[in-house]
Design a protein around this ligand. Structure first.
Ligand code: ADP
Length: 374
């Protein structure tokens, strides 16, 4: 397994429009790096450039210290796992996994040994002789992972590997892929549009939008310290509440206005980045639904908490938590609170917003003011 490094790689398809204006990214040895973003953000293009399926327009791609930018796919030793498995349906599990070695003319004894090793790793030995068309989607995807691993690649790329699976198989295979990647220390790039997949499987996530990297970090850092409004709203289900706000006064101490009668003084941590701005600056305040208190008892209300009266727009019961959407003076706010919430559309409700949970963004640039200050 090797480290993969992209240095200012660009891609234009027609010589004019830049699908990828310039991406620099490292997937370290033994790491699973997820490329995550909405449709059209450039995930597949990046994956294809790493695999050598698409040429790069500029920049360089390295596998360890070797510049592979001009090497074709066959010379890069990259294995791919596709969402539709891409197996030979009439061949057995064994023969599908053996295929990459057979076409390379490897000796029979070596093929048997390698395929047995991989089947053992993936729990496929009991179904070794079965034709893959008879297997469930999850089992077929395990076979295609086996076929990828048997070549002992330098890098393994998972292209939406769980997209075609039912939800129970999805969760099971997700766990298996993660275990395999950790125990076998696979350098792997995962392409997905599904934030849950990226968060649960990847060591680090590269969030992309319109061909541009927005943030590359661990799942928890991306969740807790989103670099900008795009990342904040893309990660998290239900998404983070984003409220328009104004800097009422920049100093002594800075105060933020959310609405005419809703103003608060910020905590110490937020003072320095706000003190550099002019009063009147447009901000966006973010708060995650799970941090919004609903009809809290007196004991749950802390000093400095903003209390807002509102009316329930919708109530969606869940298993252990309910989601309630509430219209307030400062806009519509979504809260996620322990179930059951015993609320219905039209009910009066009080929400509690604790400023220590707020994220502060510049409305103009979208950037997280706290991270800019570091
Ligand atoms: P994703 O995989 O995130 O959905 P893609 O990498 O497929 O995104 O696409 C990124 C951008 O490149 C999009 O604007 C898309 O229209 C464009 N694009 C992708 N493939 C081609 C192609 N073969 N020719 C022209 N434009 C392309």
């Amino acid at each position: 397994m090797k480290e993969v490094r992209l240095e200012n790689v660009t891609k234009s398809y027609d010589g004019v429009t830049l699908a990828i204006p310039g991406i620099s990214l490292v997937c370290t040895r033994g790491e699973m790096l997820a490329l995550l973003g909405p449709s059209g953000c450039g995930k597949s293009t990046t994956l294809k450039m790493i695999a050598g399926i698409e040429s790069i327009s500029d920049g360089a791609i390295f596998f360890d210290d070797t510049d592979v930018s001009d090497l074709d796919t066959a010379s890069r030793n990259v294995a791919m796992v596709f969402e539709d498995y891409a197996l030979y349906p009439h061949l057995s599990v064994f023969d599908n996994i053996a295929f990459p070695l057979s076409i390379r003319g490897k000796p029979k004894a070596e093929i048997i040994e390698s395929v047995e090793r991989v089947m053992k790793l993936l729990g496929l030995r009991d179904i070794s002789g079965e034709k893959v068309q008879q297997l469930s989607g999850g089992a077929q995807q395990r076979v295609s992972i086996g076929r990828a691993l048997v070549r002992e690649p330098d890098l393994i790329m998972f292209d939406e590997p769980l997209s075609h699976l039912d939800s129970d198989q999805k969760v099971q295979l997700r766990t298996e892929i993660k275990r395999l990647q950790q125990t076998s220390k696979l350098t792997s790039v995962l392409v997905t549009h599904d934030q849950n997949e990226a968060i649960s499987m990847a060591d680090r996530i590269a969030v992309m939008d319109k061909g541009v990297l927005q943030q590359v970090d661990t799942p928890s850092a991306i969740y807790n310290q989103p670099a900008n409004i795009f990342v904040a709203s893309f990660i998290g289900e239900p998404p983070m509440n984003l409220l328009d706000a104004t800097l009422a006064s920049a100093q002594d101490p800075p105060r933020i206005r959310l609405a005419e009668h809703c103003e608060f003084a910020v905590g110490e941590q937020v003072m320095p980045p706000l003190a550099q701005r002019n009063a009147g600056a447009a901000l966006v305040i973010g708060i995650r639904p799970e941090h919004v208190l609903v009809n809290s008892s007196q004991a749950g209300v802390s000093k400095g908490m903003l209390l807002l009266d509102g009316r329930v727009y919708a109530h969606e019961p869940g298993g252990d938590s309910d989601v309630v959407t509430v219209d307030t003076d400062i806009g519509r706010i979504v809260a996620e609170a322990p179930a059951p919430l015993m609320l219905a559309a039209g009910d009066s409700v009080q929400l509690g917003l604790e400023p220590s949970h707020f994220h502060y963004f510049c409305k103009q640039t979208g950037r997280n003011l706290l991270l800019e200050a570091i």
